[in-house]
Design a protein around this ligand. Structure first.
Ligand code: PGA
Length: 259
């Protein structure tokens, strides 16, 4: 894989001030600059996005949004379109479980992914099962279905800009990260499910991440897995020191030829 491993920092609805957002960028910039073998993308709340995008310009860091709307413009109060985002940043996340629980359907996710890719954004689509689905053995079927639905409007040409993130809902913010071997199996399943929609070659090319309670202590266990192309990090990405350590550890795993 020519692409670098990716650490994506999903700040969610944090931090509360522009100054704190700028300080967080500053706090991780050094590690990102030193570890050129790792791609690092920061996903601040919309209100800080333009400032963060300006701050990271020309640096080793990239910026992205946590969501987008599919229509390019119009009467959609409170929404921000993929086209607008593409004028200020390179990345977007769609289909995070914290948005799906608020009512975002698979069809919404598919339309958002299509709009984001068409706007030229690198697009991370999140999929993952609930605790109940996990416990009842439905995870594989459910997640494969989510991939099929999310990619319904995508083509092989999108694979260069497309990233899928396996984020089991029970692992998000819970401190209960998935067993690496289970994450590996699910990421392989996700790649295969994607290949069924966009073709084998494209499915092989796209990046697949793991997300859910990844921190400096366990990041090596995920980025060291075969065909794991990085991690989507929530809570630990808000601590500049810890996230910097994650960047260094990821670089060390790749330098060690563990993948
Ligand atoms: P977490 O969040 O790292 O805090 O578990 C991950 C995510 O929701 O993307």
């Amino acid at each position: 894989m020519a692409e670098k491993p990716l650490l994506a920092a999903n700040w969610k609805m944090n931090p509360v001030t522009a100054a704190a957002a700028a300080a967080l960028v500053e706090g991780v910039a050094g590690a990102a600059a030193e570890q050129a073998s790792v791609a690092v993308a920061l996903f601040p709340p919309f209100v800080w996005l333009e400032g963060v995008a300006r701050q990271v310009k020309g640096s080793a860091l990239e910026a992205g949004a946590q969501d987008c709307y599919w229509a390019p413009s119009g009467a959609f109060t409170g929404e921000v379109s993929a086209q607008m985002l593409a004028t200020i940043c390179k990345w977007v996340i769609v289909g995070h479980s914290e948005r799906r629980v608020m009512g975002e359907s698979s069809a919404d996710v598919a339309r958002k992914a299509r709009a984001a890719l068409q706007a030229g954004l690198r697009t991370i689509i999140c999929v993952g099962e609930s605790q109940e689905q996990h416990d009842s053995g439905e995870a594989e079927r459910f997640v494969a279905g989510q991939v099929h639905e999310a990619l319904a409007e995508c083509t092989a040409d999108d694979s260069r800009r497309l990233v899928l993130a396996y984020e089991p809902i029970w692992a998000i913010g819970s401190g209960k990260s998935a067993q690496p071997e289970d994450a590996y199996k699910m990421m392989r399943l996700i790649r295969r499910a994607a290949a069924e929609i966009i073709g084998t070659r494209a499915g092989t090319n796209l990046r697949v991440l793991y997300g859910g309670s990844v921190n400096a202590e366990n990041v090596e266990r995920y980025v060291g897995l075969p065909r794991c192309d990085g991690c989507l990090v929530g809570g630990a990405s808000l601590k500049a020191g810890e996230f910097s350590e994650m960047i260094r550890r990821t670089a060390a795993v790749y330098a060690g030829g563990a993948v």
